[in-house]
Design a protein around this ligand. Sequence first.
Ligand SMILES: Cc1cc2nc3c(=O)[nH]c(=O)nc-3n(C[C@H](O)[C@H](O)[C@H](O)COP(=O)(O)OP(=O)(O)OC[C@H]3O[C@@H](n4cnc5c(N)ncnc54)[C@H](O)[C@@H]3O)c2cc1C
Length: 468
Amino acid sequence: PHPHGLPGVISPWPGPQGLSGLFFNGLFAMFHNVKIPKENLLNRTGTVTVDGVYTNPFKDLKDHFGASLAALSPARISVVQMSVANLKLALSIAIRFSATRRQFGPTDDEEIPVLEYQMQQWRLLPYLAATYALDHFVKTLFMNFIEFKISLVMKEKSRRKAELGRELHALAAAGKPLASWTAQQAAQECREACGGHGYLSMNRLGDIRNENDPNCTYEGDNNVLLQQTSNYLLSWVTVKHQDKAPIESPFGTVNFLEDYHYILSQKFIASSAEDCMNSSVPLAAYKWLVCYLLQESDLKVNQKKQSGCSDFEARNNSQVYYCHSLAIAFIEHTVLQRYHDYTHDPTIPSTLQPVLKQLSALYGLWSLSKHMAVLYQGGYISGEEPARFIQNAILELCSKLKDDAVALVDVIAPPDFILNSPIGRSDGELYKNLWSTVLQGSKVLQRPSWWAEFCTNKPIVGRLRSRL
Ligand SMILES: Cc1cc2nc3c(=O)[nH]c(=O)nc-3n(C[C@H](O)[C@H](O)[C@H](O)COP(=O)(O)OP(=O)(O)OC[C@H]3O[C@@H](n4cnc5c(N)ncnc54)[C@H](O)[C@@H]3O)c2cc1C
């Protein structure tokens, strides 16, 4: 048995002197005076000679660190992929259900699918847009990873390897929190959007939510990981202040920061909800938001240092406002930029462009709307109108996408036998599928095993009175 009684968590095992061990999910490994042969050394970014001297090919310690960090990225990219898979499952079930489940209509004798309700559209369709945007993002992130791997194999310059490694690390460290949290919130919303049927275990939304849950913790707790990305961005500003050569961005995600001062002088320009229905509007707002949060985070960290805080305290006490939201805004900007570029690519068939552009605009506006307070606080927007334009554009996009929603989930849903959810089956035969699944259960038409006992040993009212 585990000495701390905490299954599922790795803990150092305080064994007898000289023994150390790890415990994980009911298994542990212990080592005592074990020599690891040199040929088993994990030494891609540094090695030890036969004489016991440590060497590495990097001149600069930071470059070495940058290249080493990227080793942590593939597992985090896999978590993004798993989160996107969970999004696809949950949305397929909830949208197919919502298109077939009917409730009150405009007249007493007409019932309409619940997807016709504005509230149902607003609860589900932004998550559908997020699924498409994140799906595209993780494919591009995987290609970034391949590019980094190729740089290792091709023995490119150590500086370039380090830059690729650092940027990949910053993207994976924020991409994982964004994708896993989005899937977590979506799974819960989808569960509730299917009412009582969503709670029914055979429909699988509970399983999807549970299976996504550890994505927020393993491969690094989401809140801690975001610090890695904000540190990367803060180091960009530090280098800029010191007039040193800028941090290169091989994947191009921080290149826009070169226009930092110009971007901070910009204002929200859309003059109607119609104007907002293009993802270039939230994209411009995100550029401003990242620059503003970067400026504020940098200011805060430096003010704390000047007032006598250690580096640790200064960083630690600047997380809530604003390093945390800086990392989130940065990764949302990256996801949106990549999806915007993809949906506006002329090679996308013209028949698909309208609906994909709507998804891109909806994802951008819906994500941006969570940062409204900061957009007002920093003066990017002012007055009542911009907020109203954004709200109306979100509702209008939901309404437009509603008719394509089932086709859009048909594209991303796995085959029925994998989705394995009676209310989410592609034929839309909601009640028939539910009923046949119930009938296929074991002994469903028999009385339960405890029935006879329950009927014969009925409680006698007042029997315990003498013992009270
Ligand atoms: C299902 C599951 C499977 C796992 N599988 C593996 C595996 O196969 N191999 C493996 O090695 N590990 C595995 N892990 C461990 C996992 O990687 C860690 O649980 C995870 O990295 C979080 O670390 P921790 O548990 O030590 O959390 P802690 O570091 O103890 O964090 C606890 C809380 O404190 C907060 N916190 C910690 N540091 C800071 C900080 N600097 N600033 C602000 N807040 C902070 C965190 O946000 C968190 O909320 C698994 C975990 C789970 C849940």
